[in-house]
Design a protein around this ligand. Structure first.
Ligand SMILES: [Zn+2]
Length: 212
C-alpha cells in the first residue's frame, strides 16, 4: 500500500507528490518543481531520513527546479530516465532559456533508468515505463501492486502533454497514450498538472486516448 500527498508548486501549478510505502514508511518525492514551504515542512514532519528517492517524470524546469534543495535536505537519490537525464544540465532542453529563467541550478542524476527498469521504495516496486512524446525521455512511474500511475506531462485528465517543445513528438505521444490505455485493469492516475483521474475514465472520455 502506498499513500500519496499532493503539493501544487510554482507558477505553472506543477503537481509535486510525496509517496509513502505504508508498510516500511520509506518515501519518495516526485517532481519537486519549485520552492514550497509546505512541502519542506511536511518532509521535516515525516522525517528527512525517511526519503530514499526523488523521482523525475521528465526534465522540464517546472518539474525539476527544487531537486537540489530536496536532495540536500533529505539525502534522497535523484532518479530520471536515460532519455531525459541530459535535460538536468541543459538550458535549452529543460526550457529555462525559452522561459528566460536565470540562475537555474545545474543538476545531475544519481540513478538513470531505462524502459521497464524497476526501483524499490520499501516494499513497493515502481516500474519506469517510457512514454516519450512530451519529451524524448518522458516516463511514467507505475506501481502495479497498487494500480497507481504517476503520469508526468504525458497524460492529463481529459488532455495530454504539449509536443511543441524541443524533443517533443506528437506521433510518439500518441503511441505512448495507447501504451498506457492498453495496460490491464484500472489505475489511479496522478498527473504532472491538474486533477487526479483514473485510466478507465480517460479511456472512456479523453479524446486523445484510445486503446487501439
Ligand atoms: Zn513538461
Amino acid at each position: 500500500m502506498i499513500n500519496v500527498e499532493t503539493f501544487q508548486v510554482g507558477f505553472l501549478g506543477t503537481n509535486c507528490y510525496i509517496v509513502t510505502d505504508e508498510s516500511t514508511k520509506r518515501r519518495a518525492v516526485i517532481d519537486p518543481g519549485y520552492k514550497s514551504p509546505q512541502l519542506v515542512k511536511r518532509i521535516q514532519e515525516l522525517g528527512v531520513d525517511t526519503f530514499d528517492y526523488i523521482l523525475l517524470t521528465h526534465g522540464h524546469f517546472d518539474h525539476i527546479w527544487y531537486t537540489e534543495e530536496i536532495r540536500a535536505l533529505t539525502g534522497a537519490k535523484v532518479v530520471i530516465s536515460k532519455g531525459d537525464a541530459p535535460f538536468l544540465s541543459d538550458s535549452s532542453l529543460n526550457l529555462t532559456s525559452t522561459f528566460n529563467i536565470r540562475n537555474f541550478p545545474l543538476l545531475s542524476a544519481d540513478i538513470v533508468l531505462d524502459n521497464n527498469d524497476k526501483i524499490m521504495l520499501g516494499e513497493t516496486e515502481f516500474t519506469l515505463l517510457s512514454t516519450p512524446g512530451h519529451t524524448v525521455g518522458s516516463s511514467c512511474f507505475i506501481s502495479f501492486k497498487d494500480n497507481v500511475i504517476f503520469s508526468g506531462d504525458t497524460l492529463f485528465r481529459l488532455s495530454m502533454g504539449r509536443t511543441d517543445f524541443v524533443t517533443g513528438d506528437a506521433l510518439e505521444l500518441d503511441s505512448s497514450l495507447k501504451k498506457l490505455a492498453s495496460l490491464k485493469g484500472d489505475f489511479l492516475v496522478y498527473p504532472g498538472h491538474n486533477e487526479v483521474t483514473t485510466l478507465e475514465f480517460e479511456r472512456k472520455n479523453n479524446p486523445y486516448v484510445s486503446e487501439k
